[in-house]
Structures are given as structure tokens and as C-alpha cells.
Design a binder for this molecule. Structure first.
Ligand code: GCW
Length: 657
């Protein structure tokens, strides 16, 4: 049977007969709602579909229940056979229903009673889809939302996507690229956005939009987009009213401004807060809509010859001091690291600076610098290095996950966003294994202390079936994949070393890091490597952290090896805590990483016949490619640094091909 990639982890594969027999016969589904578009109604249909597929049971759905009435089946006399699923709201009931099915599909009976609630209310996705149907950093075909400047007529895939989102309790999505276009807001697209919202709403998913700052000029024909100009204010008020007419439950606006060539308030001599508040005030009369104002503001024409310059400093420099001046419905959306979704970064120090202004942390499922879905790279272990990091704000425990959840500063509305690049491809992300990142992202928003291996095992069982060899193999490969990728790409916090000059951000190009204005510098020369970000002699970045953390990073002795070159400029001969020199670590890590990647297709081979051949082959192809590309990475990076510093590999591998 050709496996349908569209179902992803919601295949609801039938349980073996023996296992299925253990379950009661479920005869009636009571979905208590009068509305067909309610998530409760969706839940009813989903349970009906799931019971059919998993247990081969046919159950009737109805939407009323009189407790005095006997249900149709005689089996229902035993209360233990009645499953009651309730939520604090309609969405909650849908989540409970899907959890019930996903446990069933894994042959894990539900406990007698069980409750669960989210760590944070904002659990959203950011698509970077352009109106022409292309996707920025998309590697899986064209957009499922847009084509030729308009919203697609057929939104079947959008609805299927909302179903996947609901199953991992993601409740919002910004549907267009942060590098936005004024035509998003033309009259026919406003209607189209309404259709997208209608398609996703039954799954408890609300939509938001990313705005282009100069829309008043380019679409409205105004002379300026100055946020304090009365005509500009009126323009945005009017557009916002029209948007709410089409999308009454809109989440709000995502704004990328004064970043990478985008216009913004600074273009008009106004502050970032004045820019953000413009949109906040337009949203305010309509409900609970928020402005998600991105902290990714930096100068990409930075002069490398000045050793004090540092792109990593930008977010705090731009946003510090604005904490008290943003309107209350402005949230600042912060990438997890100070640079840009690199293979290893410390958490953004801005997370420790905003206390009154609530924040959203931004992750990236879209593996932009992480092998772009051609490499297996399960990201939950990376996310945990950020979420579990203790920022020690005011000397108090301040785990990033507790800041983001709202617990640390008593916020009621804050949370998570992730850039996701699903496309029209039948696998959604271009590779079956990459879907574990989307699944895990939802699980982590809900419960950021989840065990990474347990999460990926759940995903593997749901996606590929219950065979323990299959589940164990996928779990092990996934758990090894990020450390392996880090080994054969950028080590010790030097960043990923992808090609950033061609802007593809793919494949090795250590030379591309320096000599340009992007600020992803390594400062590698013949003798030394790394960014000196200390307060004492460098860019001062380490001083942006609260005192206890700043002290750790300021000092080479206390900086962990994995972030050494992020914070310090050291000779290649500098000895790590492991006892190795920096350069020997580079050489060894690249051999270890590439060697381990060689085992991936071999270990996958052992699953031949244990999963359907179509997906087996598809994945085998990807892992084989990854194994080959890991060798390219190894040799490119090692040869580059060997040529730079001239220091021989103790094990005589580098330079001897
Ligand atoms: O990582 C960089 C990407 C850009 C992206 C930008 C951003 C949408 O290379 O493609 O633009 O970040 O996050 O705004």
C-alpha cells in the first residue's frame, strides 16, 4: 500500500486484532454542540473516523444527551466503558478527543482519569509564504495558501494542516511571510483570508497576518507611512476594520520592520514603539488582537573591521528602554538565539530585559540552517538547551520556559511561535522524518519539560506503527541527529558555517561567514578564531545577560566548550575542558559526525519490510544523501581551517586526501 504522507502522524493505523479486542465496543459519540463549525463537532467526527480506522468500530454521532436516557448499546451499562472528554473551552474538547485517539493508536489505554493544561496560551506557527506561491526558506513545494498573488481557491490542504496543528494543540498561525507585501490587503485577498480562517476555525486554529510597513504608500496611495501621520493612522484603522469583517477572530499582526531592508518606524524618524503602537491601537477596538513585534531588528551592513561591532547586541540595544512604552497589546517576538537559528546559540538576552512587555519566543521548524529537511535533524534537544536555560534574572531562578510561559513575570498571555515551511508536497515538509519537528514543536509548547526521546517515540509509533525495532531505530537516529549535525557543521559555538553569502544557507562555506556586513562573523585568521563578546575586551555582549550569567560567559574558564567560540576569540591551540585543542576538536568532531552519518542509512536498511516500502525508500534516499553530504561538510570545513592555521591533524587525516 502506498502510504499517504498527508496523514503524517494522524494515520490511525488499525491495531492488531488481539490488541483491538481489549477495548470496549464504543457505540455512541455525543458531541455536545449545536454548531457544525465548532471544534466539538470536529471532535465528534474525528473520534468516529479514528474508531473506525483504529478499532474497526462504527459509532453514531449525535449532539444531544439526556442523562436519564439509555444509550443505544447495551454495553454502555458499565460506566467504565464511557469515556468523557471535556475541555475548558471547545478547543480543549477537541484536543482531548485527539489525545484519546492518539493514545488508542499507540495501544496505550487512557488512565482512569487524566487532565492536562498548556504551559502557555500562545502556541502559534509563522508561515513564510509569499503571495506568488513561493515560500521563503520553503523546501517542500509551493504554498498551500497562495498562488499568483491570491489566496488559493481550493483550501483542502489548509484544512488538513489545521487538523495536524490541532492534534498537537497549536492554536494559531500567521499565514504569510514576515517579508510581507501590500497586496495581501487588497479587497479580494481580504476575502481570501476570511476563507482561510473559515477553513481552520473548526480545528480551533485562528489566523493572523504579517504586514508590510509601507502599505499606506504602496497600496493606499498615501505620501508617507509615518506611524504618527493621521492619514496613516486612519488607513490602518480602516484596513483593520475590513480585516475583522472577514476574520472576526483574527489573532493580530506580525510585524517585521527595520530589518533586512524592510521599512519601519525608524525610516520615518519614529521609535520602534511608535511603530508597534500604531497597529496596537488599530486592533484594540476589535477584541483581543495583538501585535507580534519582531525583535529581529539589526543592521546588515555592519563593519567587521570594528571589533566592537556585534549583530548579537542588536536586539537588546534596540528594545531596551522600550519596556514601559509599548501599548499593552504589543508582544515582542524574539528569536531563540541572538543571531539566527544557528546550530548552537545561547538564549537571546532580550528575554531577560522585557518584564512588563510580554514576549513570544520564536523557534524554527524549517531547518533553514539545519540541513533544510534534506538532513535528519531532530530539534527538540536543541530547543531544550534554550528552554531549560536559567537566566538568573535578579538572581532568581528564571528558566527561559518560565519566562515564556508567563510564570516568571506573571503574564497571562505569552508563549511560542515557530517558523514552519509546509508546502504542497505530499510529505508536507519534503521529508517524512522532518515531521517529527512539527509534532515536537506542538508538544513542547504545551509541555516544555517533555522528554525528547519519549516525544519522538510517540511520533514514530503514530507515523510508522508499533514495531519496537522501528520505533527504537527512529528514536535513536533522531536523538543522535542534532549532535551529529553539529559535529560535521559548526562546532564550539562558531555557528553553522553555512553559505550565507549566496543566501541559500545550505551546505558548508566557512569562508562565507566573514568579510561581509551580515555580522555572522567568526573572525578566523591564521592564529585564532571566535568572537570576543566579553565586556572586558570585546563587544560587550556577555554583559547583556543578568549578572550571574554574564559572569559565566565573560570568563573563558567558566564558558562551556560548546559556546566557547561564541564568546571568546582564542588561538586554535587553546585547550578545551575536554583536554583537546580547538583545532583538534574541529578535526575530530567532523570525522565523528560524518562517520556517524554513514551509519544512518545502514541502520535504516534494517527496517526494510517493517514499514511500507514507499516511505522506506523515500527516507533511505534522504539518509543516503545526508551521509554523502556529511562527508562534503567534513572535508570542506576541515580543509578550510587546516589551510588557515596550518596545524596538522594529530591523526593525519586532514590534508591527506
Ligand atoms: O533567517 C533569516 C532568513 C530570512 C528571513 C529572516 C527573518 C523571512 O534567512 O529568509 O526572512 O531571517 O527571520 O526575518
Amino acid at each position: 500500500l502506498r502510504a499517504n504522507g498527508l496523514e503524517a502522524w494522524l494515520r490511525y493505523a488499525s491495531l492488531p486484532t488481539e490488541a483491538a479486542k481489549q477495548y470496549p465496543r464504543y457505540t455512541d459519540i455525543v458531541a455536545l454542540t449545536d454548531s457544525k463549525s465548532s471544534p466539538v463537532s470536529t471532535a465528534g467526527k474525528e473520534v468516529q473516523d479514528g474508531l473506525k480506522k483504529i478499532l474497526n468500530q462504527s459509532a453514531n454521532i449525535r449532539n444531544k444527551f439526556d442523562p436519564s436516557e439509555q444509550l443505544s448499546s447495551s454495553a454502555i451499562v458499565d460506566e467504565a466503558q464511557t469515556v468523557v472528554i471535556v475541555g475548558q473551552n471547545e478547543r480543549g474538547a477537541l484536543y482531548g478527543a485527539m489525545e484519546f485517539l492518539m493514545r488508542l493508536a499507540q495501544n496505550q489505554p487512557c488512565p482512569a482519569s487524566y487532565a492536562s493544561s498548556p504551559s502557555a496560551p500562545i502556541r502559534w506557527i509563522n508561515q513564510w509564504d509569499n503571495l506568488d506561491g513561493s515560500i521563503e526558506r520553503g523546501y517542500a513545494g509551493p504554498s498551500i495558501f497562495f498562488k499568483d498573488g491570491a489566496v488559493l481557491d481550493d483550501l483542502t490542504r489548509v484544512e488538513q494542516y489545521a487538523r495536524l496543528m490541532a492534534s498537537v494543540r497549536l492554536n494559531g498561525i500567521v499565514v504569510n511571510n514576515v517579508n510581507s507585501h501590500c497586496n495581501l490587503l487588497n479587497p479580494s485577498n481580504l476575502k481570501g483570508l476570511g476563507r482561510i480562517a473559515d477553513a481552520m476555525r473548526p480545528w480551533g486554529v485562528r489566523i493572523g497576518v504579517a504586514l508590510y510597513f509601507d502599505t499606506p504608500i504602496e497600496l493606499g496611495g498615501l505620501k508617507t507611512s509615518d506611524p504618527l501621520d493621521p492619514d496613516v493612522v486612519a488607513f490602518w484603522n480602516d484596513i483593520t476594520t475590513q480585516l475583522y469583517e472577514n476574520v472576526p477572530d483574527m489573532l493580530g499582526y506580525l510585524i517585521k520592520a527595520n530589518s533586512e531592508g524592510q521599512p519601519g518606524p525608524l525610516t520615518y524618524g519614529r521609535t520602534l514603539a511608535e511603530g508597534a503602537n500604531l497597529f496596537a491601537r488599530a486592533l484594540k477596538p476589535h477584541g483581543d488582537g495583538i501585535v507580534m513585534y519582531r525583535a529581529f531588528v539589526y543592521n546588515h551592513h555592519l563593519d567587521e573591521s570594528n571589533w566592537k561591532n556585534d549583530r548579537a547586541n542588536a536586539a537588546v540595544e534596540f528594545f531596551d528602554g522600550l519596556d514601559d512604552v509599548f501599548d499593552e497589546n504589543v508582544l515582542v517576538q524574539i528569536k531563540y538565539g541572538p543571531i539566527d537559528f544557528q546550530v548552537r546559540e545561547p538564549p537571546s538576552p532580550l528575554l531577560a530585559h522585557l518584564r512588563r512587555t510580554r514576549t513570544i519566543i520564536e523557534f524554527q521548524v524549517a531547518q533553514e540552517y539545519m540541513g533544510q529537511q534534506s538532513h535528519l535533524c531532530y530539534l527538540a534537544p536543541l530547543w531544550r538547551t534554550i528552554l531549560d536555560f536559567d537566566l538568573r534574572i535578579d538572581g532568581e531562578p528564571s528558566l527561559v520556559k518560565d519566562v515564556v510561559s508567563g510564570e516568571r513575570f506573571n503574564w497571562k498571555y505569552s508563549g511560542y511561535a515557530a517558523v514552519v515551511n509546509v508546502g504542497n508536497d505530499s510529505t508536507w515538509l519534503g521529508s517524512h522524518l522532518a515531521m517529527s519537528n512539527l509534532y515536537a514543536y506542538g508538544r513542547y509548547c504545551w509541555e516544555p519539560s517533555s522528554d525528547e526521546a519519549a516525544v519522538v517515540s510517540d511520533w514514530a509509533r503514530l507515523t510508522f506503527g508499533l514495531n519496537p525495532t522501528v520505533v527504537d531505530t527512529i528514536t535513536q537516529l533522531s536523538m543522535e541527529s542534532w549532535p551529529t549535525y553539529e559535529n560535521y557543521s559548526g562546532n564550539l559555538g562558531i555557528q553553522t558555517l553555512c553559505d550565507i553569502v549566496k543566501t541559500c544557507h545550505y551546505g558548508p562555506s566557512p569562508a562565507a561567514m566573514d568579510g561581509n556586513g551580515w555580522g555572522q562573523w567568526t573572525r578566523a585568521d591564521a592564529r585564532a578564531i571566535g568572537m570576543d563578546r566579553t565586556v572586558a575586551t570585546g563587544t560587550g555582549f556577555s554583559g547583556q545577560y543578568p549578572a550571574e550569567v554574564a559572569k559565566v560567559f565573560e570568563n573563558i574558564e567558566t564558558t562551556p566548550d560548546e559556546l566557547l567560540l561564541w564568546f571568546h576569540h582564542v588561538p586554535y591551540t587553546h585547550r578545551l575542558k575536554s583536554g583537546k585543542t580547538v583545532i583538534q576538536h574541529f578535526y575530530d568532531a567532523h570525522y565523528e559526525g560524518a562517520e556517524n552519518a554513514q551509519t544512518f542509512p545502514v541502520r535504516w536498511e534494517a527496517l526494510r519490510g517493517l514499514i511500507d516500502d514507499h516511505r522506506f525508500q523515500h527516507i533511505l534516499f534522504h539518509l543516503t544523501y545526508q551521509a554523502g553530504h556529511a562527508l562534503v561538510w567534513r572535508d570542506s570545513v576541515n580543509t578550510f581551517y587546516h589551510a588557515k592555521c596550518g596545524i596538522a591533524d594529530e591523526r593525519h587525516r586532514v590534508g591527506n586526501h
